[in-house]
Design a protein around this ligand. Structure first.
Ligand SMILES: *[C@@H]1O[C@H](CO)[C@@H](O)[C@H](O)[C@H]1NC(C)=O
Ligand SMILES: *[C@@H]1O[C@H](CO)[C@@H](O)[C@H](O)[C@H]1NC(C)=O
Ligand SMILES: *[C@@H]1O[C@H](CO)[C@@H](O)[C@H](O)[C@H]1NC(C)=O
Ligand SMILES: *[C@@H]1O[C@H](CO)[C@@H](O)[C@H](O)[C@H]1NC(C)=O
Ligand SMILES: *[C@@H]1O[C@H](CO)[C@@H](O)[C@H](O)[C@H]1NC(C)=O
Length: 370
């Protein structure tokens, strides 16, 4: 349900309009490095030379700090030629990228294609407010995203080849979409095998508080329920009972894993389930049912932890039950904009709930203005 809504795309036109809306040209020009391009004869008297020298020292010390936040986030990447930078990022491996992004042995990952850059930036602003942005690694699903993110925020995006076919990867219910989401457990398993804790998020999420404080104990895997029905505050942290379809409705949108054999077992099972129940015209599945079957089948062998609903509500609860939102005010950690399909509708809803941050707060985003 999560990814379904996330990847449901509207027509190309609307996206382009959206991107135009969001891509105001940056009015700030890069700082000039050489204010002294014209040597004049008077410069050669000892006094002016001394004055000049002190000026250069002062500028050298202070100018780097006086740059705009946008340019501070840029690294060496964008000073080299575009072709050299492109070659560098094209060959950047998941192992290198995870080693760069991981802090305290933990990486936060998402998977993003170009039309979702505004959502990525929105999500990043909310993470920056909780001071966890340095751990973020963006798994780019196309080369445009890889280059753009790394140009603005060097080292924080990686592409695991082959890039999914952009034409077929995003239509919800299509085989291309299924193939695209099927990559998720592979990426997560790879990161676990490299030895990191990993938190996966869909980018149609906003953090209101630090989710890491909820990852209590030493369980293998932490996840959230995608159901909309209100649960008691003291609900159990075990896997819920299966629903109507004989399986649970755990969200594949927000998962935290420790690099344990139990967590790896679930990711392998998820990959197997995706193989065993491949996409068909009839089922038009995404990756979430397979994840739930993997949880069901490994339940006895893996240490699972269901996160509290009050902190991690589904979009079906948060956006649809105002009474509940008011009753539980201050207890929410991550809000997921699901139970709705369409790029524009998601933006509108985030906007109406004060969760669309990219327009007014782009300076807080590690990506700056897009
Ligand atoms: C690293 O982990 C320790 C122990 O869990 C924690 O106290 C500390 O705040 C963490 N540091 C960062 C930068 O996240
Ligand atoms: C999806 O993956 C299958 C198996 O790898 C492949 O045969 C098929 O061509 C892919 N389809 C699309 C639309 O990407
Ligand atoms: C939650 O609290 C209620 C009443 O306070 C109690 O009856 C119930 O057993 C508790 N449930 C759990 C899972 O602890
Ligand atoms: C797994 O699914 C089956 C079929 O719906 C169900 O009977 C069983 O209780 C589930 N197991 C767990 C641990 O949830
Ligand atoms: C909305 O939330 C309130 C307060 O928690 C709850 O009593 C009510 O059943 C919820 N409504 C629906 C439709 O779930």
């Amino acid at each position: 349900m999560s990814s379904s809504s996330l990847h449901q795309r509207q027509q190309q036109q609307q996206q382009q309009q959206q991107q135009q809306l969001l891509s105001d040209p940056n009015p700030l020009s890069p700082p000039s490095n050489s204010p002294f391009h014209r040597p004049f004869a008077f410069l050669f008297t000892p006094t002016t030379l001394l004055v000049l020298l002190s000026l250069i020292v002062v500028l050298g010390v202070f100018v780097p700090w006086a740059r705009t936040p946008d340019s501070l986030f840029r690294g060496a990447g964008d000073r080299s030629s575009p072709a050299a930078a492109a070659a560098k990022w094209r060959d950047y491996t998941l192992a290198e990228a995870a080693a760069f992004a991981a802090k305290n042995g933990t990486v936060i990952v998402c998977a993003v294609s170009e039309p979702y850059l505004p959502f990525l930036s929105n999500w990043l602003i909310s993470i920056a407010r909780q001071k966890h942005q340095d751990k973020v690694l963006v798994i780019a699903e196309d080369y445009a995203t890889l280059y753009k993110v790394n140009q603005k925020w060097p080292g924080h995006a990686v592409l695991v080849p082959p890039a999914p076919d952009a034409q077929t990867a995003h239509k919800f219910g299509s085989q291309g979409f299924f193939n695209f989401t099927s990559r998720r457990p592979r990426h997560l398993l790879h990161i676990l095998e490299l030895g990191y804790n990993v938190m996966y998020n869909d980018v149609d999420m906003v953090w209101l508080a630090d989710p890491f404080t909820y990852l209590q104990g030493r369980h293998d895997i932490y996840f959230t329920d995608d159901m909309a029905a209100v649960k008691p505050l003291n609900h159990s942290h075990d896997l819920p009972a299966p629903g109507k379809k004989g399986r649970t409705y755990i969200c594949s949108c927000m998962i935290f894993l420790r690099p344990t054999s139990g967590a790896k077992k679930i990711m392998k099972k998820w990959i197997d389930e995706l193989h065993d129940q491949p996409w068909s015209k009839k089922s038009k599945s995404n990756d979430q049912p397979a994840f739930n079957w993997a949880l069901n089948k490994t339940a006895g062998q893996v240490d699972l932890y269901l996160l509290p609903q009050v902190a991690f509500p589904s979009g079906g609860l948060y956006f649809k039950n105002q009474t509940w939102v008011e009753e539980t005010k201050g207890l929410h950690a991550i809000i997921h904009n699901n139970y709705i399909t369409g790029f524009e509708k998601k933006i509108k809803r985030f906007f109406e709930f004060g969760l669309w941050l990219v327009d007014e707060h782009s300076y807080e985003s590690p990506l700056g203005r897009l």
